[in-house]
Design a protein around this ligand. Structure first.
Ligand code: NAD
Length: 478
């Protein structure tokens, strides 16, 4: 049984205290499986944001002085608390976001793992010594926390995408103001609460608000020194313009439209089983979701049959039910957007192989599109839903040409045992992460980020830590 019976929208965490937002507007939080309102969220006013900014500066002044070993130990205590509360946090996530409870638990574990990895990395933010040019002198490179961070995380993986930002910033010695997604506030608040006692007031703060108001105020403030955002390309472009105006560093993770290249020698059953699970995880609302399947023409018919039939066997339903394999989309506007994308693509000539879905709630049936023209809407716009396309290719260079047509470049997948194909695709596929005969493109210890319209900069890995550090050269003559 769920340990959460009464859902409550959280407050804002400002200067170490939970409090109610003072904006005139509130926002309903809706359970996407039932379309019922769970509660109303109070948003941050301009005064709330100003107070968070002031506290972020004092929080930074205190936290940067905590030794790296101690920062690691305190973050690890928060991680341990998070692991104890997995069931509670996961239940909140399923109620407000819709994903099956098993996926919500896995997300909570992944978020804890991310912060744990960053915490350990705090002890390894090495600088370097450069051989000195002059006698009686030293030349050193120091790594120092960049300062207060403004972070923006979306609703599809609210825990993991917030943890990537919180973990890196705090491990580096920065303070952080996180504006998490207003649609999924309670799970993130429950995660943040696990760390509150371990940190100086103001080191970690949580806001919900009118997104454009919050980002404009935070980015314009001289207190904020670094910005990090996960979300859509248009909002990424807008924030890049704002940060350019104020000369702030920004990391942008803006989604993807991942190609999957399946060569003639691939094990079809294994590939289908793995890719159906990966494609429809979180109802396809994942930036790294495999989406454009390019299959060697000699096996395309066999692959199509196996893929469509495995996809249509998935059980759709309320994420709280143990039988559910795919939940609803996270909100009503995603349902409208995905249905519209499928409709326009069918009008452009695609053939739709669609499963069934529950009547109530924000569901879209699992949909596989074949005979898709390279310029069909579904090939150029990120589907961000339970939609996959299947296209045959003639040889590996043809597959690469089709795969690289997209303006996105986040994740990619390849299934083959051919060393030649592995080499060619590793060299030429325009993506930030490539998985070969697997799906693990995102792990805490490796960088995750995109090329082209998928954004710039990396999260996770040593590159993710570097994003929160300044480099200082010190030339000391004695
Ligand atoms: P959206 O573009 O309105 O919002 C995307 C995210 O940015 C949300 O979390 C939102 O709260 C935030 N946001 C919006 N305006 C902002 C602003 N001015 N300042 C700061 N944050 C702001 O889109 P949406 O309807 O939530 O999702 C639509 C598309 O966004 C999806 O189809 C997908 O392509 C993309 N998306 C990508 C990711 C990802 O993991 N990269 C996550 C969520 C959404």
């Amino acid at each position: 049984m769920s340990p959460v019976t009464n859902y409550r929208a959280p407050g804002l965490l400002i200067n170490g205290q939970w409090r109610t937002g003072r904006h005139a507007m509130t926002m309903p939080i809706v359970n996407p499986a039932t379309a019922q309102t769970l509660d109303h969220l109070h948003l941050a006013s301009s005064e709330d944001i100003d107070q968070a900014l002031e506290a972020a500066q004092t929080g930074f002044d205190a936290w940067r002085q905590v030794a790296a070993h101690e920062r690691c130990a305190r973050l690890e205590k928060g991680v341990a608390r998070m692991r104890q509360k997995t069931e509670e946090i996961a239940t909140l996530l399923t109620l407000e976001q819709g994903k099956p409870l098993s996926e919500a638990r896995a997300e909570c574990v992944m978020a804890a793992d991310l912060i744990k990895w960053y915490a350990e990395e705090a002890r390894r933010t090495y600088g370097r010594i450069i051989p000195a040019r002059l006698p009686n002198s030293s030349m050193q490179v120091h790594k120092q926390a960049v300062g207060p961070v403004a972070a923006f995380a979306p609703w599809n993986f609210p825990l993991v995408l917030s943890a990537r930002k919180i973990g890196g910033a705090l491990a580096a010695g920065c303070s952080i103001i996180l504006k998490a997604a207003e649609e999924t506030p309670a799970s993130v608040a429950a995660m943040i609460e696990c760390f509150r006692e371990e940190l100086p007031e103001g080191a970690l703060q949580l806001l919900f608000g009118v997104p454009a108001e919050v980002s404009e105020q935070l980015i314009a403030s001289p207190i904020v020194r670094k910005v990090t955002f996960t979300g859509s390309v248009p909002i990424g472009r807008h924030l890049a313009q704002l940060t350019a105006k104020h000369l702030k560093r920004i990391t942008l993770e803006l989604g993807g439209h991942a190609p999957v290249i399946v060569c003639a020698d691939a094990d079809i059953d294994k590939t289908v089983a793995m890719m159906v699970a990966h494609k429809f995880r979180n109802a396809g609302q994942a930036c790294l979701a495999p989406t454009r399947f390019y299959v060697d023409r000699s096996i395309e018919g066999h692959f199509r049959e196996a893929f469509v039939s495995a996809s249509h066997r998935l059980v759709l339903g309320d994420g709280m039910a143990s039988s559910t394999q795919m939940g609803p989309l996270a909100n009503a506007r995603r349902v409208a957007a995905v249905r519209d994308l499928i409709g326009r693509s069918v009008q452009a000539g695609a053939q739709s192989h669609q499963g069934s879905s529950p009547e109530s709630g924000f569901f879209v049936p699992v949909t596989v599109l074949t005979n898709v023209a390279p310029d069909a809407p579904v090939m150029t716009e990120e589907p961000f839903g339970p939609v996959a396309t299947l296209t045959p290719f003639d040889n590996i260079d043809h597959a690469l040409q089709l795969a690289n047509q997209s303006s996105y470049g986040l994740a990619g997948y390849l299934f083959t045992d051919s060393a030649r194909a592995v080499h060619r695709v590793s060299e030429r596929l325009e993506v930030g992460s490539l998985a070969i005969n697997g799906m693990g493109v995102s792990v805490p210890e490796a960088p995750f980020g995109g090329v082209k319209d998928s954004g710039y900069g990396s999260e996770s890995g040593i590159e993710g830590m570097e994003a929160f550090l300044d480099t200082k050269f010190i030339h000391h003559c004695i």
